[in-house]
Design a protein around this ligand. Structure first.
Ligand SMILES: NC(=O)C1=CN([C@@H]2O[C@H](COP(=O)(O)OP(=O)(O)OC[C@H]3O[C@@H](n4cnc5c(N)ncnc54)[C@H](OP(=O)(O)O)[C@@H]3O)[C@@H](O)[C@H]2O)C=CC1
Ligand SMILES: CC(=O)N[C@@H](CCC(=O)OP(=O)(O)O)C(=O)O
Length: 342
C-alpha cells in the first residue's frame, strides 16, 4: 500500500483528496495535517468520512510525515516550497496542488505571487502535472506541480488547436467562470453567500496570477509566443469551471475530428458530439473535462467550451491521476466516478 500524507487536510481540496483516496485500492491515508484542528479526528470534522478514515489531524511537521511514500500539499501558495526539499531528501514523492512550482521563470513567479521563492533550486526539476501533455515526464518525477483550476480547463480546450497550428495564437481569448469553492474554505467576506449569491461578476481583469501559468503551458505546445486575454468570473455555484475559448482559424478543417482524435486515448477528456453544449453539472464530482467544439455560422472563429469540476480535475482528482502515474498504477485507479446529477 502507498502511505499518503495530506498537508492541509481541512481545506476544500484536502477533503476532496480524502474523499478520493479513502476509496483508492492502493492507498492508505496515514497522515492528515491541520494546525487549527490538530488532535481532532478527521471524521469528527467531516462525518461523511466516518467508517473510511480513523486518523487524527496532526501538525504539518517533518517528523509526522517522514514515513509517508507521498505527500500532497493542499495548502496556500508559499507553503509547499518550505518543506518540499526535506521530504524529497527522505525519498518521499511530493505532489503540490498549490502554485509554488508551476512557473519555470522564478522572477515571473515572484512578481505574480508577491513573495520570494524559498526553494528556487527545485523549480527546474518540478514536472507540470497535466497528464494529457506531460504523461511521460510525470512517471519518473519526484516533484509534481499540479496545474491550477482555470489553467486546466483553458489548456485542455486550446491544446489541439495549438498543437495542430490551425489558429492565430497571438489573439486568444479565455472567458472563464468559476464556482465559489475555487476561493477555498477560509473565511472571507467576498465568499459569503450574501456577497456571491444572485450575482455574477468578472474579477482580476487587469491580470490574474493564472495568466502566466496558462501562457507558459500554451507556449510550450505552440512552440512560439502566444497572446492571451484571460478574464475570470465568479458565479453563484459551489463547484465548477466553465471556459468559453475564442480563437481565429487560419485554415479550413474538420475541427470536431481534430478534437476527437487528439483526445481519443484520454480517459478524462470527453469531446461531446457536434451540437451538444457542455454543462458544469455533467462533470460535478468527476475527474472529467468535457469539451464542445463550435464554429458559429461556419465562420473563421472557433469557440471551444470546456468544463471541469475545479476540485476534481482542477485539483485533487488530477493530483491523484498524477500519483497513479508516479507509482506506476493504472491512471484511472480511484477516479472512476460518474458526475452527480442533478
Ligand atoms: N479550491 C480550488 O478549487 C483549487 C485550489 N487549488 C490550490 O490548492 C491549494 C489549497 O486550496 P484550498 O483547499 O481551496 O484551500 P483552503 O483554504 O480551503 O485550505 C487550506 C488548507 O491548508 C492549511 N494551511 C493553511 N496555511 C498553512 C500553512 N502555512 N502550513 C500548513 N498548512 C496550512 C489549512 O489548515 P490549517 O490552517 O488548519 O493548517 C487548510 O487545511 C491552494 O494553493 C489553492 O490555490 C488548486 C486548484 C483548485
Ligand atoms: C474563484 C476563485 O477565487 N478562484 C481562485 C483560483 C483558484 C485556485 O485555487 O487557483 P490556484 O491553485 O492557482 O491558487 C482565484 O481566482 O484566486
Amino acid at each position: 500500500m502507498i502511505r499518503a500524507g495530506i498537508v492541509g487536510g481541512t481545506g476544500y481540496t484536502g477533503v476532496e483528496l480524502l474523499r478520493i483516496l479513502v476509496l483508492h485500492p492502493q492507498v492508505e491515508v496515514s497522515v492528515v495535517t491541520s494546525r487549527a484542528d490538530a488532535g481532532l479526528r478527521v471524521d469528527q470534522l467531516y462525518p461523511s468520512l466516518r467508517g473510511y478514515c480513523d486518523v487524527k489531524f496532526t501538525l504539518p511537521e517533518l517528523d509526522n510525515l517522514k514515513d509517508c511514500d507521498v505527500v500532497f500539499f493542499a495548502t496556500p501558495n508559499g507553503t509547499a516550497m518550505l518543506m518540499a526539499e526535506s521530504l524529497l531528501a527522505l525519498g518521499i514523492k511530493v505532489i503540490d496542488l498549490s502554485a509554488d512550482f508551476r512557473i519555470k521563470d522564478r522572477q515571473e513567479w515572484e512578481k505574480w505571487y508577491g513573495m520570494q521563492h524559498a526553494c528556487p533550486d527545485l523549480i527546474a526539476e518540478a514536472v507540470y502535472g497535466l497528464p494529457e501533455v506531460n504523461r511521460e515526464q510525470i512517471k519518473p518525477a519526484r516533484l509534481i506541480a499540479c496545474p491550477g483550476c482555470y489553467p486546466t480547463a483553458v489548456q485542455l480546450g486550446f491544446l489541439p488547436l495549438l498543437e495542430a497550428g490551425v489558429i492565430d495564437g497571438s489573439q486568444l481569448i479565455a472567458d472563464v467562470k468559476s464556482g465559489v469553492s475555487g476561493a477555498g474554505r477560509k473565511a472571507e467576506i467576498s465568499s459569503l453567500m450574501s456577497e456571491t449569491g444572485e450575482s455574477f461578476k468578472a474579477y482580476a481583469v487587469g491580470g490574474h496570477r493564472h495568466l502566466p501559468e496558462i501562457t507558459q503551458g500554451l507556449q510550450n505546445v505552440a512552440k512560439q509566443a502566444v497572446g492571451l486575454t484571460f478574464v475570470p468570473h465568479l458565479t453563484p455555484m459551489i463547484r465548477g469551471i466553465h471556459a468559453t475559448l475564442y480563437a481565429r482559424l487560419n485554415r479550413k478543417l474538420d475541427l470536431q475530428s481534430l478534437f476527437e482524435e487528439r483526445y481519443s486515448e484520454e480517459r478524462f477528456v470527453d469531446v461531446l458530439p457536434n451540437g451538444i453544449h457542455v454543462d458544469t453539472r455533467n462533470v460535478r464530482g468527476s475527474n472529467r473535462c468535457q469539451i464542445a467544439v463550435n464554429q458559429p455560422q461556419g465562420g473563421d472563429t472557433v469557440v471551444i467550451l470546456s468544463v471541469i469540476d475545479n476540485l476534481v480535475k482542477g485539483a485533487s482528482g488530477q493530483a491523484v491521476q498524477n500519483m497513479n502515474l508516479v507509482f506506476g498504477l493504472d491512471e484511472c485507479q480511484g477516479l472512476e466516478t460518474v458526475a452527480l446529477y442533478p
